[in-house]
Design a protein around this ligand. Structure first.
Ligand code: ADP
Ligand code: ASP
Ligand code: MG
Length: 406
């Protein structure tokens, strides 16, 4: 059996017209000899009646701080509705489509509501349906704990469902259908001349996704990478070939990796607060450790970390800023908060040991008079913290500077 997993995002299942396009993609996979496994997200984006954001809004009208477990019980409903409607669409075309929840499909998670981790994925039921010539239509984003509680896999988590199912089924390929023709050198909503990448490595796309490129969930990439399952990101709305994600970015005719550019893409994260904690010699020797321990104990993750003798500097998501500041002040630390920041990153396997990358990066920003608040780099990425009001200009200027517009 040649299994293909086809995941359709919110905009791909939003109306009867686009669901017909989904039907065609499923039919084509069958015509090519595949047994398709369909995974769907909730219908539409923010504002649509059954979109995940709408459901969250409903729960939060009762109580803004509603508990994570209760929030999951409404969030998973979007995918239920979508999978029923999609199964109906396929049935109307004569296919034997069977709607399955994440739990029915064998996705077992831990009990971290709103951001559950998949512990195992048992493909028995899906394989049995495929052997009978049926098409499973599975709710993305959902899992189930060992004791039967519904969980969700983190925002954008239908990609993770598709990858986990692909890995457990040993699928030939996992296709992620969305509203753009593939992974691009930058978010096309910011950079008009962003280019589609025909291939990219798991490592690079994982970094792009972690640094904010919402086109695919990083966990989906990590799962596919572990089993070396090819992922293809493509559009429901066109026949463009999309972006192939595998273990090498590009091959020449002898199969060797080819890296023709220093940078592969530019991405950004907003809603960030920078925190500076002042330290002085009267403080205990473990003062720095206690700062991070306080944050860890409050489940607040930190990024862009610099530790100096007199000062610690780091960033956190703005949603946690008030809580973090209160905890640190209560411990007696003197702190400074800088709100409305954004992190802009250039990612590329080709920048390893290439001199001058940082110089180009800084030049692009300073030419546009963009303040640099902090930087961090690795072998394959450089990130900078800038005022959020400059995020668009920073992404555009770096995209241009690193030759991604040509
Ligand atoms: P879906 O609902 O299909 O999962 P998403 O909204 O999660 O769709 O992801 C697709 C969107 O990701 C695109 O509409 C695009 O605006 C955005 N995006 C951000 N960065 C990139 C990028 N580097 N390449 C392509 N799309 C990107
Ligand atoms: N519907 C979920 C979300 O909006 C999952 C997904 O779309 O992948 O986060
Ligand atoms: Mg998505």
């Amino acid at each position: 059996m040649r299994i293909i997993v086809q995941k359709f995002g919110g905009t791909s299942v939003a109306s009867p017209e686009v669901r017909e396009l989904v039907l065609r993609k499923v039919e084509r996979a069958r015509d090519q000899g595949f047994s398709p496994v369909v995974v769907v997200s909730a219908m539409g984006r923010q504002g649509a009646p059954y979109a995940t954001d709408t459901l969250i809004g409903i729960a939060r009208t009762a109580y803004k701080g509603i508990a994570a477990r209760e929030l999951d019980q409404i969030m998973y409903c979007g995918e239920m509705i979508s999978a029923v409607v999609m199964a109906g669409t396929l049935q109307a075309a004569g296919m034997e489509a069977v709607m399955l929840t994440g739990g029915h499909a064998g996705i077992i998670t831990d009990a971290t509501f709103n951001n559950a981790r998949i512990l195992k994925c048992d493909p028995t039921r899906i394989i049995s349906l495929l052997k009978q010539g049926k098409v499973p239509v599975i709710c993305g984003f959902q899992g189930m704990t060992g004791d039967g509680e519904f969980t969700t896999l983190g925002r954008g988590g239908s990609d993770t469902s598709a990858s986990a199912l692909g890995a457990s089924l040993n699928a030939e390929m996992v296709e992620i259908y969305t509203d753009v023709d593939g992974i691009m050198t930058a978010d096309p909503r910011i950079v008009n001349d962003a280019k589609i990448l025909d291939c990219i490595s798991y490592g690079e796309v994982c970094q792009l996704a972690h640094q904010g490129a919402k086109v695919i969930h990083p966990r989906a990439v990590e799962i596919a990478m572990q089993k070396n399952i090819p992922l293809v990101v493509k559009s429901t709305f066109s026949d463009a070939p999309g972006t192939l994600i595998t273990n090498i970015a590009k091959e020449d005719t002898d199969g060797a990796a080819v890296i023709d550019k220093v940078a592969t893409g530019v991405t950004y994260l907003t809603n960030i607060v920078q925190i500076k904690v002042h330290l002085d010699e009267t403080m205990a020797s473990d003062a720095s450790f206690k700062v991070f321990k306080t944050l860890a104990d409050s489940d607040i993750s930190v990024d862009l970390i610099n530790v100096h003798p007199g000062q610690i500097m780091f960033t956190i998501n703005a949603d946690h800023a008030e809580r973090a500041a209160a905890k640190l002040k209560r411990q007696g630390y003197e702190i400074e908060l800088l709100e409305n920041c954004a992190k802009v990153s250039v990612v590329g396997g080709g920048m390893r040991e290439v001199p001058g990358v940082m110089a180009s990066f800084i030049e692009a920003l300073s030419c546009n008079k963009i303040a640099i608040l902090q930087t961090v780099d690795s072998h394959t990425s450089i990130s900078v913290l800038v005022p959020q009001s400059d995020v668009g200009a920073a992404v555009k200027s770096l995209h241009e500077k690193f030759g991604l517009s040509t």
